[in-house]
Structures are given as C-alpha cells and as structure tokens.
Design a protein around this ligand. Structure first.
Ligand code: GEK
Length: 244
C-alpha cells in the first residue's frame, strides 16, 4: 500500500480532486483518515449475504478502487446477480478495473462486475436488491441529493437495502468541535502531521459538504425508504442502513 504523503509538501491551496495522485495512495488515505472504514467494508459483505437476492443487481456508487464492490461480491450467496460499480474519476475507474480483473483472475467469482465511468446522477437503477453509497453522497451538490436518493429508492426492489456512509456534522456546535478534535487526534495517531491535517481540511472545504444525521434520515424517508437505522458511528463518521 503506497503511503499518502500528498499534504506533506503541498504548498498550494487548490481544492481536493480525485486525480491520479490521490488514486495511487487511496487505500492508505481511507484507512488512515476514515475511522471505522474497515468495519464498514466488512459489514457490506455481511449485508450482501443477507439482502442480495438471486437474479438482481447491486450498485456501488462512487466505487473508487472497488473496496465495497469486492466486499459485496464476496458476500453474495445467490446466483445470477450482477454488480454495477460507477465512478466519475478516470484515475479511479482505471485502477478499479485492474483491481476487479485481478480478482476475476485469482478467484473466478460467480458474480460479474461492470465498472462504469460516469456520473451517478445519470445512472438508471433497476431491479436492485442492494445499493452502496459509501462516503460518496457528501461530494454531490446539495441540490442534487434528493433526486438521486429518490431514484436509488425507486430502483430497489421491495425489501432492498441501501447502505449510506457519510461524514456528518453535529447540530450542537460544542459537540461538533469535540468530534472534529477527536477525529484529528485519530489522524495524528495514524501518522498525519498537524500541518497535513489542516491542509487537507482546507482542500476539502466546499468539496465535501456534510449534513446532520437527522437530515440524512429525513431525506431517506422522503425518498421512500420505510426503515432506517444508524448501525455505526465513530466520531463524525456515520453509516446508515435503509430498507425500501
Ligand atoms: C469506498 N466508495 O472505498 N459520480 C460518480 N462518482 C462520484 C461522483 C459522482 N457525481 N462524485 C464523487 N464521486 C468508496 C469510497 S470516495 C470517498 C468513495 C472519499 C466519486 C469520487 O470520484 C470518489 O472516487 C468517490 O466518489 C468518493 O468504499 O474519498 O472520502
């Protein structure tokens, strides 16, 4: 795994982009930056084993290098399924295709994966039993989030599952400050310097727009999901399951 050193030297203050430099170090970046990321990927496998139905599709939206896709593929216990993985960053898609091809070669898994380059806002969802938005919705303009969620819900079969993970913001300013501090302390323990942490924070400003847990849950309800639950929370990182 290549170590993420992007903000060690970077003097420029350009906004964060999912480019080749980021794609190269991405597994290390997520592992050291998102508390609970590994637990989330593991749960995606367990949920796939429970929720994916024979003859249906699964979607991994903002798939990056395909970590959630691989977890779903390993978890699926029924025949005739297909996973559609999409990302709009060419550097991510290129590497993701290599990762999936290597998995195909080594394990010859039963479930095919199609890796598409494109915007998830343009994707048409159908006959889905499981959809994953693992830390992706937060990068979409606020105005587009409701429509995407409605179309994801409409494309799920009854009883189908959405897993939504997001960085969130707390309603209470004091609690929010504490959670941000704890997250930064976590990053310090994972060998990011204070300068790297503050540079990355500035680069993500206006790129990653977090919402409250309540806002996410009410959007899910508006979109047509019948039940939602927060199954994981680690500082200001949350993972929610929603059933259509
Ligand atoms: C994982 N899910 O490892 N259309 C398609 N892709 C998009 C869009 C869009 N409109 N906006 C952003 N992306 C992954 C991690 S990373 C999370 C997801 C993070 C893509 C973007 O290119 C990037 O690859 C991904 O969403 C977000 O489980 O970096 O914090």
């Amino acid at each position: 795994m290549t170590t993420d050193k992007i903000y060690r030297q970077s003097a420029e203050d350009s906004p964060f982009r999912f480019n080749d430099e980021v794609a190269k170090v991405f597994p290390d970046m997520l592992r050291r930056s998102i508390p609970g990321y590994g637990a989330t990927v593991e749960a995606i496998g367990s949920l796939a084993a429970r929720y994916v139905k024979a003859g249906t599709r699964c979607y991994d939206l903002g798939c990056s290098l395909g970590a959630a896709t691989l977890a779903m593929r390993q978890g699926i216990a029924v025949p005739d399924c297909r996973i559609v993985a999409m990302d709009n960053a060419p550097a991510m898609v290129e590497r993701c295709r290599t990762v999936i091809a290597e998995d195909d070669r080594q394990f010859a898994p039963a479930t095919p994966v199609e890796v598409l380059q494109g915007d998830i806002r343009d994707l048409e969802f159908e006959n889905a039993s499981m959809t994953v938005l693992n830390y992706t919705l937060q990068f979409l303009p606020m105005a587009d989030r409701d429509a995407l969620m409605r179309s994801i819900c409409a494309g799920l079969n009854d009883g189908g599952l959405l897993l939504l993970s997001e960085k969130v913001v707390d309603e209470n300013a004091e609690m929010e400050q504490l959670l941000v501090d704890l997250h930064h302390e976590h990053k310090r323990r994972n060998d990011y310097s204070a300068l790297e942490i503050s540079r990355k924070r500035a680069a993500l400003e206006d790129v990653l727009i977090p919402e409250t847990v309540a806002a996410h849950r009410s959007r899910l309800k508006r979109a047509g999901f019948s039940q939602t639950a927060v199954w994981l929370r680690y500082f200001n990182f949350v993972s929610i399951i929603a059933i259509r």
